[in-house]
Ligand binder design. Structure first.
Ligand SMILES: Nc1nc2c(ncn2[C@@H]2O[C@H](COP(=O)(O)OP(=O)(O)OP(=O)(O)O)[C@@H](O)[C@H]2O)c(=O)[nH]1
Ligand SMILES: [Mg+2]
Length: 433
């Protein structure tokens, strides 16, 4: 089975919590702070694998979670980091943020890696909060929460040349004739149900990748036949071969076929319709086919499209077509070289807002919220049961101007303020030391 579109959820591990502990020494009633830091939570990575051809593995398992870091230990022992989770995807996979629809990464090269969700850092143990003026801190930080992302993975095969045309015109026969690909070939429409790739070796120095996709029919854009969903697999090709059956057995007009296919391309996407195209009249080994092809070729050539007479079955004319395609690809290379690997590595970080971006709002009678990614994280990393930890958080809120903002919104002593997972009572500034 071929799967080229899946939605998955990935979640990185939380950092381990820091520990509050004190050194125990012989004859010393209470030593200095010695609570260790928590370990890092596991990250979730995507890794492009050239041997994979489908996203089928993701069909059955949609949630991926890396483990959380281990908590810090006594005697300043740092908790263990957790293992990362690496999900393999086929080369050609595009990674979208399912919510915003933004492209996060385009996995075009083998072994390309994308950090989908970064593991949370471990919380600091109390040993780290000791200062000359505060030698016995009794609070530690919770681990940083992991990130959760909803991703949409879309596979778009990477090929240089795409074969398009009605069902049964001989697309698979052609790719089998000129490459080592061995797709199913049969005398009925919709034999090909999934795209096939074949490497065409032109001569000693030249080769290119050809993609054979399921046939299109009139109305494919509206779902007729197998629809146009496989067209995405030729979207990234640089050249299309429109294969037209001129055997006379189709009971269709070959020129009409040419037009229908081009209309379906335009209805799918303007960029696909704009790709350079050549026409291959196929099955010229059958009687009368050559004459048909020669009769209609001028009409198509008049539109600036090169035409070829081939028999995919016997191989007649296919060499000439292949050389032409290789030459055209070379010309396109010079005009616009294919992107190099480094340029293809797109890494758009999901928004990681800093502490300074926040917004305070009045949401009801004596009720307020303060929203901001960094801030919410800081609250999550505070042990709210621990007075010292809470005080430290309060000082941070104050420095950020949050108390002032709440006051100007009309907050009074005792009002409720929600920040991320925490709920606090508002106290006017002067009461916060
Ligand atoms: N005589 C002759 N028959 C051909 C030629 N090319 C393909 N055929 C026959 O046409 C039929 C369809 O060929 P396929 O290669 O399966 O066609 P396709 O375009 O891949 O069809 P779908 O996968 O259904 O879209 C098969 O019976 C082939 O043997 C040719 O050049 N000459
Ligand atoms: Mg086929």
């Amino acid at each position: 089975m071929f799967v080229d579109e899946v939605d998955i959820t990935v979640r990185s591990g939380d950092g381990g919590n820091g520990l509050v502990a004190f050194r125990r020494e012989k004859f010393v009633p209470r030593g200095g702070p010695a609570g260790g830091d928590g370990g890092r939570g596991g990250s979730v990575y995507l890794l492009a694998d050239g041997r994979m051809t489908t996203l089928i593995d993701f069909r059955y398992k949609r949630h991926y979670k890396a483990a959380s870091g281990k908590p810090g230990g006594p005697n300043c022992m740092t908790g263990a980091d957790s293992d990362d989770l690496t999900l393999k995807v086929p080369v050609g996979t595009q990674v979208y943020d399912a919510e915003s629809g933004r492209l996060l990464a385009d996995m075009t090269a083998d072994e390309q890696q994308f950090t989908a969700a970064k593991g949370g850092r471990g919380g600091r143990g109390n040993a780290r909060f000791a200062t000359s003026t505060h030698q016995t801190p009794r609070h530690a930080e919770n681990g940083e929460p992991g990130e959760e992302l909803h991703l949409r993975l879309e596979l778009k095969l990477l090929a240089d040349v795409g074969l398009i045309g009605f069902p049964n015109v001989g697309k698979s026969t052609l790719i089998a004739q000129v490459s080592a690909a061995r797709p199913k070939i049969a005398d009925y429409p919709f034999t090909t149900l999934v795209p096939n790739l074949g490497v065409v070796r032109v001569d000693e120095n030249r080769s290119f990748v050809m993609a054979d996709i399921p046939g299109l029919i009139d109305g494919a854009h509206a779902g007729a036949g197998l629809g146009d969903r496989f067209l995405r697999h030729v979207e990234r090709t640089r050249l299309l071969v429109n294969i037209i059956d001129v055997s006379g057995f189709t009971e269709r007009d070959p020129v009409e076929d040419f037009e229908v296919i081009n209309r379906e391309l335009s209805l799918y996407s303007a960029s696909l319709a704009a790709l350079p195209q050549v026409v291959a009249f196929n099955k010229v080994d059958l009687s009368g086919a050559k004459e048909t092809a020669e009769r209609i070729a001028p009409q198509i050539e008049a539109r600036g499209i090169r035409t070829f007479l081939i028999s995919a079955a016997t191989g007649e004319g296919t060499q000439k077509l292949i050389y032409h395609l290789a030459d055209e690809l070379e010309k396109l290379d010079i005009a616009a070289p294919p992107p190099t690997e480094s340029e293809e590595v797109v890494r758009i970080a999901p928004d990681r807002l800093g502490m300074r971006q926040w917004e305070a709002k009045k949401i009801g009678d004596h009720e307020f919220t303060v929203e901001g990614k960094g801030l919410e994280k800081a609250v999550a990393m505070t042990d709210l049961e621990n007075e010292e930890g809470v005080r430290r958080l309060q000082r941070r809120l104050e420095r950020l101007g949050i108390y002032k903002a709440l006051k100007s919104l009309g907050a009074e002593d005792g009002d409720t303020v929600k920040i991320g997972p925490g709920e606090f009572d508002y106290l006017s500034e002067d009461e916060v030391e």
